[in-house]
Design a protein around this ligand. Structure first.
Ligand SMILES: [Zn+2]
Length: 116
């Protein structure tokens, strides 16, 4: 699979796991790795979900559509993501998809969804 930057710009860095540093004002990286359009077009192995809730603080964060599609294609693509309430990067196991008990990054126990 091919990763590209969300912005389309060349990466500024690739450590730890993002192509640009964290903006201290938001806790978000200034740019993110995503799967290429070609890879995302191969199909998703879990639903495309846009909103997750941080179990500890209850804040709901909305993902950009391309990040949500990347996650749906490869639930292990991101090991950490931001909480807009805490304004910091958190392990995905601390986040649940809104309206579910599925941890972000988990496969939700489904085995019927497979890569094409
Ligand atoms: Zn939080």
């Amino acid at each position: 699979m091919t990763k590209v930057t969300l912005s389309g710009r060349p990466p500024e860095q690739d450590v730890p796991g993002a192509p640009a540093p964290i903006d201290p004002a938001t806790g978000m990286h200034r740019d993110y790795w995503v799967l290429s359009e070609e890879d995302r077009a191969k199909g998703f192995i879990r639903p495309v979900r846009f909103k997750y809730v941080h179990k500890s603080c209850g804040a709901v964060t909305r993902m950009a559509p391309i990040l949500a599609e990347t996650y749906a294609r490869d639930p292990t693509f991101y090991g950490a993501t931001v909480c807009v309430g805490c304004k910091k990067q958190l392990p995905v196991a601390e986040l649940l998809w809104v309206g579910t008990q599925d941890e972000a990054g988990s496969c939700g126990g489904r085995t019927d969804l497979v890569f094409q």
